[in-house]
Design a protein around this ligand. Sequence first.
Ligand SMILES: NC(=O)c1ccc[n+]([C@@H]2O[C@H](COP(=O)([O-])OP(=O)(O)OC[C@H]3O[C@@H](n4cnc5c(N)ncnc54)[C@H](O)[C@@H]3O)[C@@H](O)[C@H]2O)c1
Length: 351
Amino acid sequence: MRVLVTGSNGLIGSEAVIYFDKLGADVLGVDNNMRATFFGADGDTRWNQRRLETSTRRFRHVELDIRDRGAVLELLATEPVDLIVHCAAQPSHDLAAKMPFEDFDVNAVGTLNLLEGTRRHRPDAVFVLTSTNKVYGDSPNELPLTELPTRWEYTRPEDFDGIPETCRIDRTLHSLFGASKVAADVLAQEYGRYFQMKVGIFRGGCLTGPPHSGVELHGFLSYLVKCAMTGTTYRIYGYKGKQVRDNIHSLDVLRAIHRFYEAPRPGEVYNIGGGRGNSCSILEAAQRVEELGGGRLKTEYVDTPRRGDHICYISNLSKLREHYPGWDISVSLDAILREIIEGWSRRTRPV
Ligand SMILES: NC(=O)c1ccc[n+]([C@@H]2O[C@H](COP(=O)([O-])OP(=O)(O)OC[C@H]3O[C@@H](n4cnc5c(N)ncnc54)[C@H](O)[C@@H]3O)[C@@H](O)[C@H]2O)c1
């Protein structure tokens, strides 16, 4: 099996490299460390690239910018691949407004380069796009919510399992990031439906794990734990810190991508997140991190929410479970938090 992973220095990309390397695949990773351009030194991913190069068996790194159309087409023409896991992205909702051209060029145009390169040179390969729940914009906020002591909760019993793939993606506030990801998401669906290619789209909730170079603008749990462990003040933006996120370990994302590779369905869209079982609010996450020995989180409250932020987002996993029986969440929220605490304690010196 030959796998091409884009964004291989990042959280999901590096998990993909390790996952398929362990299965004995030849893995080619594409990354240009653009996360450091987006987020500064804290977003630097070279440490993760070095980790991959020393801990894997047949991994090869290719320094390539997915915006470079010629280089992407050339790569797909020369490298035979069976699976493409496309994770390279500008991943921040808030940052996109400051870098609209870079955001769209990486997220939308970079995805088009890869899809078209795959169609021209590797039409039988399976292509997986890591999309996002931000394609729904703020339409999930239209569901009636009830305020509980530590979190917002869906009011109606029919919403209990969370947001399904049928949620509206237009006529809603996305942020420029959400819009560039919608472009990539719809393009990928089209390569599946129009060209009958084996393309799958996975719309992530909060994807997380120890190799996250968490920063304030991206990587909720990773950044929260880092703040708790280093005594850094964590800013809570609105909704009283009761906004809910569902958190999935990157390993469980890869297990789903692997199932899709084994039995692809062209142009299919799946929500993927931690589901109800792995959901927590900021207040609940801070409490649990402290209980697990990660330290007490210092917070500062900013009364204005992030524009278009979800108040309560839980991924409805029914479709994924139905199409791929046997796949389910295997890493609990507590296990995720323990791993992130351990990961940061190796990378930072707690105060
Ligand atoms: N982490 C999350 O919570 C989350 C949630 C929903 C969706 N997603 C999606 O999952 C995917 C992976 O996210 P992640 O958390 O691993 O992000 P990440 O920032 O950790 O990794 C992305 C990687 O892509 C690389 N990259 C960026 N631009 C590039 C370019 N032009 N050419 C080559 N490489 C480039 C970066 O250097 C980085 O290593 C993204 O598509 C993101 O939108 C992530």
